[in-house]
Design a protein around this ligand. Structure first.
Ligand code: SF4
Length: 188
């Protein structure tokens, strides 16, 4: 897969070259039709991303399709049981190619705290996954970061599974540093 390179500056005329697959990747990443496979409590945060505050539509990935044949991005949101696994696989197989999968939350990514015989310990045991978003549940900001990560992967033609790294929320980092300082003072 190639990269898009800017060869013309503002006000310049002429022509620009690119590779067809790079152009296709650029177009695809802004035109994702999602199929929400929502089973559990993470669904609340999935809905939050669709609201005006987080507005997933800005990324061209807002419109849900309730037929897998019209979808190319499956969000697996929540716990997947062994009984649901065949249905998940079948729906994935019905989706249009090229298709992408996001594991939304800890349960979808690894089974979460349901360490038992009824729960699938991660949906990658059933279908391929492009991006894992940890969190129980992940905050909408993390969900959008995961979506942006997927968009970058689509642009670069990268189909290797990726895990969204932990977020550094600045006020939280400062708060924890202050708490550590206070605790050290109290201990003296
Ligand atoms: S990760 Fe947490 S919030 Fe999400 S489905 Fe599992 S238990 Fe519920």
């Amino acid at each position: 897969m190639g990269k898009v390179t800017t060869v013309l500056g503002e006000g310049q005329t002429g022509f620009a070259t690119t590779k067809f697959d790079a152009l296709l990747g650029w177009a695809r990443k802004f035109s994702l039709f999602q199929y929400p496979f929502v089973t559990a409590c993470c669904g609340m945060e999935h809905m939050a991303t669709a609201g005006p505050r987080y507005d997933v539509e800005r990324f061209g990935a807002g419109a849900p399709r309730f037929s897998p044949r019209q979808s190319d991005l499956m969000w697996v949101v929540g716990t997947i049981t062994q009984k649901q696994a065949p249905a998940l696989k079948r729906i994935y197989e019905q989706m249009a190619d090229p298709k992408y999968v996001i594991a939304f939350g800890t349960c979808a990514s690894c089974g979460g705290f349901y360490d038992n015989y009824t729960t699938v310990p991660g949906i990658d045991k059933v279908i391929p996954v492009d991006v894992f978003i940890p969190g129980c549940p992940p905050r909408p900001e993390a969900v959008l970061d995961g979506l942006i990560l997927l968009m970058e992967k689509i642009q670069n033609g990268d189909r290797e599974p990726a895990v969204l790294p932990p977020q550094k929320i600045e006020p939280l980092v400062q708060l924890r540093a202050k708490q550590a300082q206070d605790a050290a003072k109290t201990a003296k």
